[in-house]
Design a protein around this ligand. Structure first.
Ligand SMILES: *[C@@H]1O[C@H](CO)[C@@H](O)[C@H](O)[C@H]1NC(C)=O
Ligand SMILES: *[C@@H]1O[C@H](CO)[C@@H](O)[C@H](O)[C@H]1NC(C)=O
Ligand SMILES: [Zn+2]
Length: 291
């Protein structure tokens, strides 16, 4: 019975590896009408939905990440005097990954500590953003809601990111300092995932850093370039260039389609041996019963 079902739906693999689809931050705040709308960002939604429609069964796990910021998150321009969106400031963290008071973080900021005398600090550049994807906000420009136009299924797993008030998190795996991680790697490892297909927003930030971390964590990574969109031309081309260099495979949604179709015409060796084992088992059963 199990074998029969598996034959109808095909294996949960992409190019022979057990696969997960990672849909990054397709949320109201990053779409048209959102406070940090990615230009043409809405165009990724039908591409992702179509990918799911056609290849749902190829993904053992589908993860939807959600940028989920405190209302006074350190990455918001509103938290820093005399700054504008896209300004870059330096933030200092102590050896426990806690944000330190300093030039750009006043003592009134509730999520920072005094790092006086701490010699082992890390300085991170922080791009400042308009308030976006605020926890529990479900309407208006800062809404953190996953787009209602995105196909969502009951078994999809939502992974929240960026919820530490004092540190930003572009990647769905780690915060920007690598201080803490989300449950994503554990979840993929538990499901024996070998390959991740990354889509969503935005190409030059969260999709880029998620792809990069996935590669560092040992996964094969396919990033679907027509199922993602960048914030700015310069950072987008830099991200694409770096991904190519480090070994992220950049593909078009149609390439995934082509690769899968080729594979399903060939007989999968794993599936073949499963069928043989099942037939042998049944023959053995008959033999035993007759005796
Ligand atoms: C941030 O730190 C870097 C390296 O230490 C320095 O070059 C840069 O000027 C600093 N930027 C700001 C805004 O202080
Ligand atoms: C959002 O809602 C959750 C669950 O009700 C709550 O624990 C959390 O503190 C809320 N966050 C904010 C910023 O209101
Ligand atoms: Zn954010």
């Amino acid at each position: 019975m199990v074998v029969a079902v598996a034959l109808v739906t095909g294996p949960t693999t992409v190019r022979g590896s057990r696969a997960a689809l990672l849909i990054i931050d397709v949320q109201d705040c990053f779409l048209s009408g959102g406070s940090l709308a990615v230009k043409d960002g809405d165009k990724v939604i039908p591409v992702i939905n179509k990918m799911r429609e056609k290849f749902e069964h190829r993904f053992a796990v589908v993860v939807i990440s959600q940028d989920w910021h405190c209302p006074d998150h350190v990455s918001f321009t509103t938290q820093h005097k005399d700054t504008a969106p896209f300004d870059v400031i330096n933030l200092t963290y102590n050896d426990k990954g806690k944000l330190c008071f300093g030039d750009s973080v006043p003592r009134s900021f509730p999520h920072a500590v005094d790092c006086e005398g701490n010699s082992n600090v890390t300085v991170l550049p922080q791009t400042l953003w308009p308030e976006h994807c605020v926890q529990n906000v479900t309407s208006g420009p800062t809404s953190a809601k996953i787009s209602s136009r995105l196909t969502i299924r009951e078994n999809d797993i939502v992974v929240k990111k960026g919820y530490s008030c004092g540190v930003d998190s572009y990647s769905a795996f780690f915060d920007n300092g690598g201080f803490r991680q989300t449950e994503l790697d554990d979840l993929l490892k538990r499901n024996k995932i070998e390959l991740v297909v990354v889509v969503g927003l935005a190409l030059d930030y969260c999709v880029y850093y998620t792809s990069k971390d996935a590669l560092d964590l040992g996964y094969k990574v396919l990033t679907v370039t027509d199922a993602t969109m960048g914030v700015a031309a310069e950072t987008t081309s830099a991200a694409l260039e770096d991904m190519t260099k480090i070994g992220v495979q950049l593909i078009l949604a149609d390439d995934l389609e082509g690769a899968l179709q080729e594979r399903s015409q060939a007989v999968d060796p794993g599936m073949m041996s499963m069928c043989l084992a099942a037939i042998l088992g049944i023959l053995l059963l008959f033999y035993v019963i007759r005796i």
